[in-house]
Design a protein around this ligand. Structure first.
Ligand code: ADP
Ligand code: MG
Length: 273
């Protein structure tokens, strides 16, 4: 991702101490989509998406929240280039995904995105180190810093000392931290997470959500997270409510330090949800 412009770091401070972002530093879009539809063909076709448009700024943490079956995973997979829409388009990191052939799409996914899934999706026969190194083994560029990058991300996730373990020797929370280290090792512009805490206890979930938020806050990475839980969505800067294959509403929470879900739950109540 591009470095923050000089001006963004030395934004002018007004008399009341608030920092006004310079006009020139309007955030770049990390991701947007226009009028996405998705129909799963079959004996009983399912229209999973019904015209979804959204924009995500660079460094933003967005949650897609909605009930089971509302189309969240379908949307996430299409935004991340894992699946293709029936109509509409996705522009990721400035590139219209529909213009890429299969090989270019694979490369873009490998180099510019990271995916974290509910069930971790680690390779059971590989060690922790090999799992985190996997994107490089598959050819992702590392500028000669392959070992350093793997070690740095293991350290960041508190996994030093576990390098030679296999996934089944780890707890669920540790496995998810390995999956996050793997997702981050290429320094992707965008991290997609599909119910990343759906299979974890409360304390571990909190830890994972803090780690994801740190990616946005300290590393400027863009996070798009799918969840059915208001408590999880409350970690995001902005919550998009997904209903029946559409974005039903948007709740802007903004960047704040407290992790209370109260404001989000109050707003959901106002919306009658
Ligand atoms: P969510 O992640 O919000 O639970 P999904 O995106 O998984 O929702 O599913 C949206 C709808 O699409 C559901 O009705 C689901 O049954 C259907 N669906 C999802 N994947 C497939 C598939 N591969 N084939 C057919 N229908 C699917
Ligand atoms: Mg899902």
């Amino acid at each position: 991702m591009g470095a923050a412009p000089e001006g963004a770091l030395s934004a002018e401070r007004s008399a009341d101490g608030t920092v006004a972002a310079p006009a020139s530093s309007a955030p770049r879009l990390a991701l947007y989509c226009e009028q996405l539809t998705k129909v799963y063909r079959g004996p009983r076709p399912v229209q999973a998406l019904r015209g979804v448009s959204l924009q995500v700024a660079e460094g933003e943490f967005v949650a897609l929240m909605g009930p089971s079956g509302s189309g969240k995973s379908t949307l996430l997979h299409i935004l991340g280039g894992i699946d293709t829409p029936t109509s509409g388009r996705v522009v990721l990191d400035g590139i219209d995904l529909s213009t890429l052939d299969a090989e270019a799409l694979t490369r873009l996914r490998r180099d510019r995105t990271g995916f974290v899934f509910q069930f971790f999706n680690l390779l059971p026969t590989l060690t922790v180190w090999e799992n985190v190194d996997l994107p490089f083994a598959l050819g992702a560029p590392h500028n000669g810093y392959r070992t350093e990058r793997v070690r740095h991300n293991l350290a960041r996730m508190g996994l030093l000392g576990y390098e030679h373990h296999t996934p089944q020797e780890l707890s669920g929370g540790e496995q998810q931290r390995v999956a996050i280290a793997r997702a981050l090792v290429t320094r992707p512009a965008i991290v997609f997470a599909d119910e990343p805490t759906g299979n974890l206890d409360y304390a571990t979930s909190t830890e994972i959500l803090h780690l994801l938020r740190t990616c946005a806050r300290e590393y400027g990475q863009t996070i798009v997270l799918v969840t059915h839980s208001a408590a999880v969505a409350a970690y995001a800067d902005r919550v998009l409510l997904v209903r029946d294959g559409q974005i039903h509403d948007e709740i802007v929470l903004g960047r704040r330090e407290e992790h209370s879900a109260t404001a989000l739950i109050a707003r959901l109540a106002e919306l009658g949800l």
